[in-house]
Design a protein around this ligand. Structure first.
Ligand SMILES: NC(=O)c1ccc[n+]([C@@H]2O[C@H](COP(=O)([O-])OP(=O)(O)OC[C@H]3O[C@@H](n4cnc5c(N)ncnc54)[C@H](OP(=O)(O)O)[C@@H]3O)[C@@H](O)[C@H]2O)c1
Length: 301
């Protein structure tokens, strides 16, 4: 059987998820991977995947979209949702007719937002499931294997072939439900960012009740958007939050502690907005969205 042709891959946003993808492609494929960021540097990044031997990413990070790598077969967008607009010049220069743009971001509106910036490309929404943390700015460690969940079809098949040596792509028939299941989860982790309390504080008592109430309003908005999630799923989420290993946070808490802008709109603002559209009350989101905005602002942004 003919070996698949190596692809030219550009990763826009070489942070936690972008570096994990780059490391997988470096070790398990022959693809030509370029890193496109907002600050040029040549510092190598070490990625430790699932306790495997470390992988050293030694290619430079480019920062000038006017000097893109050769035309790309695949672009993986891994900036935070609120950074998508600023990555527009990269998307414009990298994405042509025939380019696959895989949007590896949290948020049910992410693909739509990115696709507008790259109208010629074929855009694919991808739910990313992986716990990643940066032990230092140039050392990234995963504590769960990467899973990339995409709507069944030809674009997802191409993504699966891209990562063929490391089978992390799952194609699902009901992508709306998969996407909303993750959306509900990330919305609830907003509580961690506001309180700066790690997951075990949400195991019992009023904090657990609050997490459950928030999960429930997310699930109701999700159903109005077409997801097949029942109220029991809200209880599962609240339970899962409390049962994470003690000390577990979330990337939104990491951002808050590092005084970076928070992904509050894609994670929580969307619940409030879509709730209004469907005439559904979102009392917990109505309180926590302004708090998340002010957390971003109080911390210097
Ligand atoms: N981390 C996780 O555990 C995890 C798990 C599942 C899903 N996700 C989701 O995956 C997405 C990516 O998250 P992440 O944690 O990987 O974020 P991250 O570590 O903050 O990485 C984002 C990267 O994008 C770069 N960037 C920012 N603006 C840019 C621009 N205009 N052009 C090019 N590069 C730019 C950042 O550069 P600087 O270094 O200059 O900031 C950084 O390297 C988010 O939607 C997140 O919610 C994350």
């Amino acid at each position: 059987m003919a070996r698949p042709r190596p692809q030219r891959v550009a990763i826009v946003g070489p942070g936690a998820i972008g570096s994990v993808c780059a490391a997988i492609l470096q070790r398990w494929s022959l693809h030509d991977v370029s890193l496109c960021g907002r600050r040029a540097h040549s510092d190598a990044t070490t990625v430790v995947l699932d306790g495997e031997p470390p992988i050293l990413l030694s290619q430079p990070v480019r920062s000038d979209p006017r000097e893109p790598p050769d035309s790309s077969d695949f672009v993986l967008l891994t900036v935070k949702a609120h950074q998508t607009a600023s990555a527009g010049p990269w998307l414009a220069s990298l994405c042509q007719q025939g380019t696959m743009l895989a949007v590896l971001q949290n948020g049910v509106e992410s693909m739509e937002r990115a696709a507008k910036l790259a109208p010629a490309a074929t855009a694919l929404p991808v739910v990313v499931d992986c716990r990643v943390h940066s032990e230092s700015p140039r050392r990234i460690v995963t504590s769960t294997p990467l899973r990339l969940i995409a709507p069944q079809g030809e674009p997802a098949q191409r993504l699966a072939e891209l990562f063929g040596g490391y089978p992390c792509v799952e194609q699902v028939e009901d992508f709306i439900t998969a996407q909303w299941a993750k959306q509900c989860w990330v919305a609830v982790t907003g509580l961690i960012a506001i309180t700066r309390q790690t997951s075990e504080h949400f195991r019992v008592g009023p904090a657990a009740t609050l997490a459950h109430d928030l999960a429930l309003e997310c699930v109701r908005v999700a159903r109005a958007e077409g997801a097949s999630l029942d109220d029991a799923f809200a209880a599962d989420i609240a339970d899962r939050l409390g049962r994470l290993p003690p000390g577990s946070g979330s990337s939104v808490l990491t951002d808050r502690l590092a005084h970076r802008p928070l992904e509050w709109d894609a994670r929580n603002g969307v619940i409030q907005r879509l709730g209004r559209r469907h005439n559904l009350p979102t009392p917990v989101s109505d309180v926590i969205v302004p708090l998340l905005i002010s957390c971003s602002q109080v911390d210097g942004h």
